[in-house]
Design a protein around this ligand. Structure first.
Ligand code: NAD
Length: 235
């Protein structure tokens, strides 16, 4: 049975109404990434950074999973072989789609952290957080709570699990990601080295398109359900 690893990026959530990172102006919701997505930015201006992520967290309440999230949740639920969904997204739309599909334990990794989680900057404890972090009480250890987001220069989560899945996979599929942020941008090469087939589903050719054996271009809400239906029909 084919072992599948799927990597998603901001493009999978675009049709839910969450803007991508590298839109036409190369900014994230009007901000330069250096000003909101680095430890240095947080050290320099914690109020601005907390407010930025508070706004992103609040925006989650106004959006929902789209057909691409729903299709990937169905694949997780119904695929009898090994499966891992690795997302670079910090939104919770894959999680909500999995819950809606009745997946008790989603085979899902948020490698860049989660908006709905807070991280203690001192002891490293993580806790679920759905409101604002601005003005939140400190962690019981006395440390300040920060967004549980992997900023540029920090180590992504679950790299051991991801590496193991990539080296054992037969099929690697990248969905809605520009292929500009490492280490995720290197996953396709890792999967190819393991002998996996590779497929890119993206609105347009990405920086790394040439690394994939097959590419399909169009909106995720159309391409992903079609691909999932095809996979499940062959399962
Ligand atoms: P990116 O913004 O760099 O690239 C998005 C890609 O999606 C582009 O290649 C674009 O052509 C494609 N795309 C846009 N609309 C699409 C659609 N409807 N269907 C299919 N493809 C579509 O995103 P990235 O590669 O994920 O960038 C990495 C960083 O951005 C991550 O670290 C992530 O944490 C952060 N980010 C996350 C969110 C989120 O959680 N929703 C939103 C913005 C940025």
């Amino acid at each position: 049975m084919t072992a599948i690893v799927v990597l998603t990026g901001a493009g999978v959530s675009a049709e839910s109404g969450l803007p991508t990172f590298r839109g036409p102006d190369g900014r994230w919701e009007g901000h330069r990434v250096e000003d909101v997505a680095t430890p240095e930015a947080y050290a320099r201006d914690p109020v601005l950074v907390q407010r930025f992520y508070d706004a992103r967290r609040a925006a989650l309440a106004r959006v929902g999973p789209n057909p691409a999230h729903a299709a990937l949740a169905r694949l997780d639920r119904d695929w009898p072989g090994a499966f891992l969904l690795v997302t670079q997204n910090v939104d919770d739309l894959h999680d909500r789609a999995a819950a809606e599909a009745g997946v008790a334990e989603p085979r899902l990794v948020h490698m860049h952290g989660e908006l709905t989680s807070a991280l203690c900057g001192r002891c490293g404890a993580r806790q679920r957080w759905t409101g604002d972090l601005s003005g939140a009480p400190d962690c019981p250890c006395g440390g300040r709570l920060r967004p549980d987001i992997v900023w540029f220069g920090e180590m992504p989560y679950a790299m051991d699990r991801i590496d193991a899945a990539l080296s054992a996979c037969d099929l690697f599929v990248s969905i809605g990601t520009s292929g500009a942020v490492y280490p995720a941008a290197g996953f396709v090469a890792q999967a190819r080295a393991a002998g996996a087939a590779t497929l890119e589903l993206n609105l347009e050719p990405s920086a790394g398109s040439y690394l994939f054996a097959e590419t399909r271009h169009g909106p995720a809400s159309r391409l992903v359900p079609a691909w999932v239906d095809d996979m499940l029909a062959r399962a």
